[in-house]
Design a protein around this ligand. Structure first.
Ligand code: TUI
Length: 308
């Protein structure tokens, strides 16, 4: 399936892996790229040395192109912006902010720039300052989220910009991918489905929590202080939402989640940690290799879109 996104990134299949904090490291990114999609290393809050190692490791594991996702709220965002320029990675995606000030240096280094956006306004602005494509990410996604749903955001962004649009949020199989293409998307980004991939190095208990999740197990914390984050309901989210309803301060709430993602991903503490995942978790019930995931999603989407 050829689209402007497969051309832009030099990939065979228009499936991009989300740049998930603590989850998207070299093994996962390389496996997705080897499967014909586009893998991403999630820089999250990691310092540049850690991300540099991931990039070098991924280059050992694949000859295919892969990218880096920069979380713009990270204290190291500036360092990572320089790092990707030096390393000349194939593409950069950005999240949780506006990457405008880095755009010129990345473009000059020949890096494709794909901001993740949650509104039409930011999509238009990113196009104006030279973005090559945007990821329109609906509120069904895991992690830090905007307000619009994928179903409403994607067609509105497609209508508003000329550059290709990649749909994200709530897409976990070929039906979701076909639906996104019907809305005008030219690729999809999936996160939660790749969390349970064999090549994904997160704790087994995290994977199990996703595999056992039901449709209504998704919860959003942090709405009261303007940084909503979606994950699976557990002891931590219950306490958090209780405190939030009681009007707790940002500091009190932050204490509850500090290091929470590490706790869940590395230690497997899915009760007290942050088990970030999208609303589609309830549909994800099997462990597969990245190749099996990419092939299965593509096959189903192509049949539905009647191009196979
Ligand atoms: O960034 C994400 N998802 C993330 S980042 C992350 S790390 C984190 N962990 C805990 C708390 C906070 C962050 C986990 N998940 N997705 C892309 C995304 N970007 N979604 C929404 C946005 C966004 C929101 C506001 C982009 C831009 C924006 O405002 C731009 C402006 O004008 O400043």
């Amino acid at each position: 399936m050829k689209t402007r996104v497969t051309e832009l990134l030099g990939i065979e299949k228009p499936i991009i892996q989300g740049g998930m904090a603590w989850v998207a490291e070299s093994h996962l990114a390389a496996a997705v790229s080897n499967a014909g999609g586009f893998g991403l290393i999630g820089a999250a809050n990691a310092p540049a040395d850690v991300v540099r190692n991931y990039i070098h490791e991924a280059r050992e594991l694949t000859d295919k192109p892969f990218g880096v996702n920069i979380m713009l709220m990270s204290p190291f965002a500036e360092d990572i912006a320089q790092l990707v320029t030096e390393e000349k990675v194939a593409a950069v995606t950005t999240g949780a902010g506006n990457p405008e000030k880095y755009m010129a240096q990345w473009k000059a280094a020949g890096i494709k720039v794909i901001p993740v956006i949650a509104s039409v306004a930011l999509a238009k602005r990113m196009e104006r300052v030279g973005a090559d494509a945007v990821v329109a990410e609906g509120t069904e996604s895991g992690g830090h989220i905007g307000q619009a749903t994928t179903m409403t955001l994607v067609p509105q962004v497609v209508d508003a910009v000329q550059i290709p649009v990649i749909a994200a949020g709530g897409i976990g199989d070929g039906r979701g991918m076909a639906a996104a293409f019907m809305l005008g998307a030219e690729a999809v980004q999936m996160g939660t489905r790749f969390c349970v991939a064999d090549e994904c190095v997160i704790h087994d208990k995290y994977k199990d929590r996703i595999l056992k999740a039901k449709d209504i197990d998704s919860e959003v914390t942090g709405r009261s202080h303007g940084h909503p984050v979606r994950g699976l309901r557990n002891k931590m989210t219950r306490e958090y939402l209780k405190l939030e309803a009681e009007g707790a301060s940002f500091e009190q709430l932050e204490n509850l989640t500090l290091g929470g993602l590490r706790k869940a991903v590395v230690e497997g503490d899915t009760d007290n940690g942050s088990v970030l995942a999208g609303q589609i978790a309830g549909m994800i019930t099997k462990r597969q290799s990245c190749q099996e995931i990419v092939d299965e999603v593509m096959d189903q989407a192509e049949r539905l879109l009647k191009i196979k």
